[in-house]
Ligand binder design. Structure first.
Ligand code: FES
Length: 436
């Protein structure tokens, strides 16, 4: 036991004791213990496991300490924590309601199920209502949390490379102002995607630490922006920013907001991609545990090559690296080939069918460019539009990061600018937002 207590803690899942490492999320602890089915799909009760491992896909929802539908990949495991799988009354591993898949091979149209008879229709509706849905109400009402109201000239959401560059550029302009730059980061340390050391074009950990030290403004870690609104209260300021912190809420009134919230990992359209054992490559790099030894990595371009190398550095054996397109950076060190995945096999997945061959593995990693997280900006009316090369809907910005909302700026991957472009866009947007 060291000074801070034992490194191994114990949680439970559906009554079964599970050893976890201090610092594990619930998802990491369960995967470390070899548990891959976290929940069942709402309609057909198909097994589901964590995909993104970074809080964006919703495939890891679990009841934790009596609170329903929490993201197991975002909740830190704590001694004695009680975790329960939802939506599978007779057990998630052998859920008998998966029979829905066999009973309705053409698909279950619940809108028209038994509607020929009014009585049977009502019965069918009631049964469907009970079988579907997610979780049950909490064991007890939540205790009220503290809330605080603060003012800031500029709030920057996200302390990845773009957010840090923006805060540094804005800091000088606002240094003397009361309540200058406030930088929010949902993780316990700044750096965002750069901490994964996947993209060599991004600053390394030491450079990130120096950038954070050199900031003029205030940095709030473990602080997740959960809402952004135009301010129509009587209080002066253009925006309201709702922030969730451990055990309390913060409401910020800001003159300007700059979002640098990055992107979210995406799956691919092939059969079985939604089975346990298929994960986002970035999620696996970030995960403190391993999900076996042998991986097949599937993806596109530079992201595929960078992620495959990062996974190999982590200790995985790469059975095959499958490139969807014809172009990728030179990678003679990788077992890479152009091909198309057809089907993931097994539960959890233990093989990937590619063309006519079957590649055996412990898990499949998907390495596509993360899709821009535009939702926060879109929620206040900022324009975003589909860009095929980006693979998502980046927030539309001008050369200084201005969006279609006068008080809102955006930088980095959420504006479609990844890699070194993220830093440059953060600097330009930070300068402009600092000037006002
Ligand atoms: S949200 Fe938890 S795995 Fe995606």
């Amino acid at each position: 036991m060291d000074r801070d207590g034992p490194q191994t803690i114990r949680i439970s899942l559906d009554g079964q004791a599970i050893d976890a490492q201090r610092g594990d999320t619930v998802a990491a602890a369960l995967l470390r213990a070899g548990i891959t089915t976290f929940t069942r799909s709402i309609k057909y009760h198909r097994p589901r496991g964590p995909f993104c491992l970074q809080g964006s896909c919703g495939q890891c929802l679990m009841r934790i300490d009596g609170a329903p539908s929490l993201l197991a990949c975002r909740v830190l495991a704590e001694e004695g924590m009680i975790c329960q799988r939802q939506n599978a009354p007779l057990g998630a591993e052998k859920d008998i309601f998966r029979a829905a898949d066999f009973l309705f091979p053409e698909g279950l149209d619940h809108h028209h199920l038994m509607t020929g008879s009014r009585l049977l229709g009502r019965v069918a509706l009631e049964v469907a209502r009970r079988l579907a849905g997610l979780g049950e109400l909490p064991d007890k009402p939540r205790a009220p949390v503290e809330a605080e109201l603060r003012k800031a000239r500029l709030v920057i959401v996200g302390a990845g490379p773009a957010g840090l560059a923006a805060a540094r550029a804005a800091g000088d302009a606002l240094r003397a102002a009361e309540g200058g730059v406030l930088l929010l980061e949902r993780e316990p340390r700044p750096g965002g995607g750069a901490l994964l050391a996947i993209d060599p074009a991004l600053p390394d950990r030491d450079q990130i630490a120096q950038m954070a030290l050199a900031l003029q403004g205030e940095v709030m870690l473990d602080s997740e922006c959960v809402g952004l609104y135009a301010n129509d209260t009587a209080l002066p300021g253009n925006a309201l920013v709702a922030v969730r912190q451990r055990g309390r809420l913060l409401l910020l009134i800001a003159e300007r907001v700059l979002v640098a919230v990055g992107g979210a990992s995406q799956p691919l359209p092939f059969a079985g991609v939604d089975r346990p054992g298929v994960h986002a490559a970035r999620g696996l790099v970030a995960l403190p545990a391993m999900v076996g030894e042998r991986l097949v990595v599937v993806g596109e371009g530079k992201e595929l090559v960078d992620c495959a190398r990062a996974l190999r550095r982590k200790g995985y054996l790469l059975e095959r690296v499958i490139a969807l397109g014809k172009s990728w950076p030179a990678a003679a060190d990788l077992p890479i080939e152009e091909n198309q995945p057809r089907r993931a096999l097994g539960n959890p997945v233990r093989a990937l069918q590619v063309g006519d061959s079957r590649i055996h593995c412990d898990a499949v990693a998907i390495a596509m460019n993360p899709a821009p997280l535009h939702e926060l900006a879109s929620s206040v009316g900022a324009h975003a539009r589909w860009v095929a090369e980006v693979g998502g809907f980046p927030i539309q910005v001008d050369g200084e990061g201005r969006t279609s909302v006068p008080w809102l700026f955006a930088a980095g991957r959420c504006a479609g600018l990844g890699g070194s472009a993220a830093l440059n866009s953060g600097e330009a947007a930070g300068r402009a937002a600092g000037r006002g």
